[in-house]
Every structure is written in C-alpha cells, then in structure tokens.
Ligand binder design. Sequence first.
Ligand code: ATP
Length: 278
Amino acid sequence: MNTVMTSENLTSGDIVINGSVGTPFCDDAKMSMRNVNVFYAENQAIHDVSLDLAKNQVTALIGPSGCGKSTFLRCINRMNDLIPQCKVTGSFVMDGAELYAKNMDPVLLRARVGMVFQKPNPFPKSIYENVAYGPKIHGLATSKSELDEIVETSLQKAGLFNEVKDRLDKPGTGLSGGQQQRLCIARTIAVSPEVILMDEPASALDPIATAVIEELISELKEKYTIAIVTHSMQQAARVSQKTAYFHLGKLVEMGDTKQIFTNPSHQLTENYISGRFG
Ligand SMILES: Nc1ncnc2c1ncn2[C@@H]1O[C@H](COP(=O)(O)OP(=O)(O)OP(=O)(O)O)[C@@H](O)[C@H]1O
C-alpha cells in the first residue's frame, strides 16, 4: 500500500508511477532524464528527478507555482545553459545520446528539441522570414523553391497557412496573439524537430485561440514528442496522455493522465488537482 506523503516527508525515492511506488520509466521513451538536480547558485530548484517522455505522446508537467516545471523543461534542450548561475547535474538521453555530452552542440540540439514559450515571440520580420530563418541558418534548403516549400508546409502543419498565405511578406508581429503563437509553432516545426517543449503556450490567449492551439497539439503528437507545462488542469487533461506532478522541485507522481486526474495515488497530487492548493 502507498503511504500518504506530505511535502515534509516526501523523499526522492517516493515517486508514484501509475499507482504504485516505482520509477517513471516507459518502454517507448523518446527521452529519458535520470537523477536530475538543478541549482540556481545556492538554491536547488530540482531535486533528483527522473522521468521519460514517451514517443509521440504529450506529457504534461503540472504543479504549484515555483515547483520547477519551467526549470525542468528548459534543461531538456539546454536553454538553462544561457543562465550563468544555473548548474544542472544528472543525465538527459535522447535516442541513446547524452544531451549534455561535450560533443553535443546546443544550437543543433535546440533545433531537434524545439521550444514554444508562454508569450508569442515572433522575430520583427515578415511571416515568411520568421519561418524561413531556422531552415536558412541550419542549411536545410538548397534552393528558394525548397525554402518556400518548407515555409508553406510548416505553416500548414501549424494550422496557419490559409490565414496568412496572402500576406507572407507582412510582419509576424501584426498577427493576433493566437496567430503569433501558431507562427512560433511553425517556426519550431520548420527545422524538423523531434521533440517540442511548450511552456504554457496558451496562457496569453483567449479561449478560442486556446482551443485552436490545443487541437494543434493533439495533431502534432502524431509526428513529434511533446512536453507541455501548464497551469490549467483542464488543458493537461485535454491534451496529454501522461502527466507528471511536481511539488517543491520534486517529482511526486507520474502516470497516465486519466489515472492522475481520476485516481491520483499521492495526497499532494490529490490536493492540487482538487484545488486545495496551488
Ligand atoms: N533564472 C533564475 N534565477 C534564479 N532562480 C530561478 C530562475 N528561474 C527560476 N528560479 C527559481 O527556481 C524555482 C523554480 O522556478 P520555475 O520557474 O522553474 O517554477 P515553475 O513551476 O515553472 O513556476 P511557475 O508555474 O510560477 O512558472 C523557483 O524558486 C524560482 O524562483
């Protein structure tokens, strides 16, 4: 029987996975993170977290503000390298390769593991250039027509092409918030990533634009492995197949989304999803 744990007696060995105490590993992992610790100078933000991202599934990272969701997400494509006082230990493996190995180029890695941020952040360039920029710097197109093709396909996959096809030369910043976020998703897709990380991608959007993004996430998982940080439990329940619950920098529980939301194993998860804190 699982012991009911509180934040006081929770230890890193007490992770609950699919209802029983164990290790959150899956058979079809695209990415495997093991014993991850993250420090900002003296402050430890992540404590010994191990989890897998299942291939072609959406994994939601949920938990109260400040529990380390964004920190953990940013480590996956080494965005935290850009914060000087941030130190990451542990292992991040994608298809057998260690992402923090000396010979791993973080710029190339960020093309393979793309990121979509909370606030849409298109470049101050045209819609076309926003999407073409990545393929150009990574040399993914050998001709203008190939580049055009990548731009069109990426905009189509992001569900934006029909809305912008007649104004590709207009600034990306002139689009609505929801369109800008889909433009940022198109920009991410344009460099053929394998994994897409999304940090509260719909929190700045209205319910209609949010619904469009959620539908898009469900479609994108057919091709990509996705991890999403969200404060909305309804959103996590709608878009994800796996959910990981974080508390005070520790992974408390991970499992099938349905199980986490209907029958969580851990008291802390239950408290959070029933709105008792967070
Ligand atoms: N750049 C940074 N420098 C120093 N400390 C940081 C930095 N970013 C995050 N932290 C700290 O790390 C901890 C985890 O923060 P993080 O933003 O990862 O949590 P979160 O769960 O994503 O929060 P929220 O839901 O509010 O966005 C917090 O204590 C935060 O203050």
